[in-house]
Ligand binder design. Structure first.
Ligand code: PGA
Length: 259
């Protein structure tokens, strides 16, 4: 299976989100095989987008959540509310939140624990900065972030964990990582996950790539077995570009069926 996560960030209002959700669903229409789709609108649009996605195969995702079920946490969104809104996935630890809003590994860890507790699928984002990339520190950074975020996590056999490898220098820059670079890091992430959770089934983990994915480079990433999907930001709010990415995923899946 290949999964495409559409991270709309703060780029759409509620009305635009509804229209975009309709357009996003149209990209699946008439296909023999479709990738899994997770649509992540801004929190305020979740409830309206849910109505559009109802009865489709697409899943609803949130871009963030708080680590408590309720309480005096002004401005935060609880997992309880996400469950109530039909959300199945939640992006956690996105670099924009880490860099702009001071989200720490410890906070991300509490969120991952709570998400799993509430039966939400975490999409845990990790990745190195441009300086760290140039200094070839990627594996060390990715390992530290992964171990910190997953501290104390015990995966039940029904749990699913998605990890999105998103090099910070590739996000929104138009400069995606290279396929060999992504594969090397994905294999490394996967080996860490197997080490951390020896009792879990390999199908409980997905490792996705994110960072300037577009219709021109999507196929090259998605055709790789080590890339379970892509997390798409900018191109997910431009319907023609998103359609090209869904098309690329469909072609990969069709080719695999024909093998
Ligand atoms: P981008 O964003 O596709 O615009 O690079 C990816 C992300 O931030 O999740």
């Amino acid at each position: 299976m290949k999964t495409i996560i559409a991270n709309w960030k703060m780029n759409v209002g509620v009305r635009e989100a509804v229209a975009l959700a309709r357009g996003t669903l149209l990209t699946l229409r008439g296909r023999k095989v479709s990738p899994g789709l997770v649509v992540c609108p801004p929190a305020v649009a979740l409830s309206e987008v849910r109505k559009v996605l109802a009865r489709s195969s697409a899943n609803l995702g949130a871009q963030n959540m708080f680590w408590e079920q309720s309480g005096s946490y002004t401005g935060e969104t609880s997992p309880r509310v996400l469950n109530e809104l039909g959300v199945s996935h939640v992006i956690l630890g996105h670099s924009e939140r880490r860099q702009l809003l001071g989200e720490t590994d410890e906070m991300v860890n509490k969120k991952v624990l709570q998400a799993l507790e509430q039966k939400l699928i975490p999409i845990l984002c990790i990745g190195e900065t441009s300086v760290q990339h140039k200094e070839e520190m990627t594996q060390g950074i990715v390992r530290d972030q992964l171990l910190a975020a997953l501290q104390g996590v015990r995966l039940r056999s029904s749990d699913v964990l998605m990890v999105a490898y998103e090099p910070i220098w590739a996000i929104g820059s138009g400069e995606a990582a290279t396929v060999p670079g992504v594969l090397e890091t994905h294999q490394f992430i996967r080996s860490l996950l197997y080490e951390l959770f020896p009792q879990a089934s390999k199908t409980q983990f997905s490792v996705l790539y994110g960072g300037s994915v577009n219709p021109d480079n999507a196929y090259a990433f998605l055709r790789e077995d080590d890339v379970d999907g892509v997390l798409v930001g900018g191109a997910s709010v431009k319907i023609n570009q998103f359609k090209g990415i869904v098309q690329a995923a469909a072609e990969v899946l069709e080719a695999k069926l024909a093998e």
